[in-house]
Design a protein. Structure first.
Length: 187
């Protein structure tokens, strides 16, 4: 049996819906999502997987947008996009996918702040719909057991999270339901 969390999120401004799974692996955690979202004005689908180590640091990410796949590798603050080193992202810890609240879980789980605590982190933000990477300094403040404040140069939102640190509500952008449990399988 493996520990898993399932979430379904809706985003009215993006006209999107997502099914998300967070699963325990032998080496850390795997975030996996399927997003139905308009891309270039047409119905589209994004599938992604983000692998993180035991300390919730991004190690790999794969993003599939129909015919296009983006592969990311991160190791000790060095980032490769499709096999090419990206020096601009040096020092980033998390990947932040701009179409989903799932990747906020990475900082929330890794930082494990006490109520009232604040910390900054550097993320490799994949902007949507541009699909361009840029480094992003992000600030997290734990307001209560289930509420966080998230701030970056382009965003300022209140986050409501489950007891497992998975976003249930992201300001007025994303909202959904989160379910925790165990399921058979390896991941």
């Amino acid at each position: 049996m493996r520990f898993r969390i399932h979430a379904v999120w809706h985003c009215e401004p993006n006209q999107s819906v997502e099914h998300f799974v967070l699963a325990r692996t032998d080496t850390g955690w795997l975030l996996r999502g399927i997003v139905m979202i308009p891309i270039d004005g047409e119905p589209g689908e994004i599938r992604y997987e983000v692998a993180v180590d035991e300390l919730w640091r991004t190690t790999e990410c794969s993003i599939n947008l129909g015919e296009k796949t983006i592969n990311i590798a991160a190791n000790d603050g060095k980032w490769q996009i499709d096999g090419e080193e990206n020096h601009e992202l040096a020092g980033c810890i998390d990947v932040d996918l701009g179409w989903t609240p799932s990747t906020n879980t990475l900082a929330i789980r890794r930082l494990a702040l006490e109520v009232g605590g604040t910390a900054e982190t550097r993320s490799a933000w994949l902007r949507f719909p541009e699909m361009e990477f840029t480094p992003s300094i992000q600030k997290y403040t734990r307001v209560s057991d289930t509420h966080w404040r998230y701030h970056s140069a382009t965003a300022d939102y209140d986050l409501e999270v489950s007891s497992d640190g998975v976003v249930c509500r992201y300001g007025d952008l994303w909202w959904g339901s989160v379910e925790t449990g165990t399921t058979p399988g390896t991941h």
